[in-house]
Design a protein around this ligand. Structure first.
Ligand SMILES: [Zn+2]
Length: 176
């Protein structure tokens, strides 16, 4: 059976979501964000920030007039918090449950945060809460130590088609 055709159409690009998150973080730290702060935080040039701000302003997510500090609107704050929350849950899942090293987890969580559905995020949070329970620590430990062994494509019950996913040894870090 052919899978559904996935269309990754979003009202905001991942890049603009990063801008929202950066503005939110700076607001939390300093009370207000300036173009210079945002450029520094994201490692981009100031003209790039201005272009992004124009777009976010058109979407009603920020308030910004030339030479003044940037402010998230109510909708912008909600959106920024949503992205930050998804990132935190994904990073936690990748490091604490899957045992992916911190550096790779940050990269992966930053990609996934833009596309994972609220339904899947909700279930992921359920999984984290489940493993936080005292009586589930043994299961979590056992899972973190487990590595599958696939002798050949034919014997793998899960991937019925050829997959080139590397089977890492226990303690190995993805991406190394
Ligand atoms: Zn991201």
């Amino acid at each position: 059976m052919a899978g559904p055709r996935i269309r990754l159409t979003k009202d905001l690009s991942p890049s603009l979501e990063h801008y929202l998150r950066a503005i939110y973080d700076i607001e939390q730290e300093k009370g207000h964000a300036r173009v210079t702060d945002i450029a520094e935080r994201l490692g981009v040039a100031k003209p790039a920030v201005s272009v992004a701000l124009r777009s976010l302003r058109a979407s009603g997510l920020v308030d910004h007039r030339a030479y003044e500090s940037v402010r998230l609107t109510g909708a912008g704050t909600t959106r920024a918090k949503g992205v930050s929350g998804k990132f935190a849950i994904l990073a936690h899942f990748l490091t604490e449950v899957l045992g992916v090293d911190d550096k790779q987890a940050i990269v992966d969580a930053c990609l996934m945060e833009h596309y994972v559905s609220p339904t899947t995020m909700g279930r992921l949070l359920d999984l984290l809460r489940f493993f936080e329970r005292e009586d589930k620590q043994d299961i979590l430990e056992a899972f973190r130590a487990y590595r599958r062994s696939c002798e050949s494509d034919d014997t793998c019950p899960t991937c019925s088609f050829h997959c080139d996913i590397v089977v890492p040894g226990p303690g190995a870090h993805a991406g190394n």
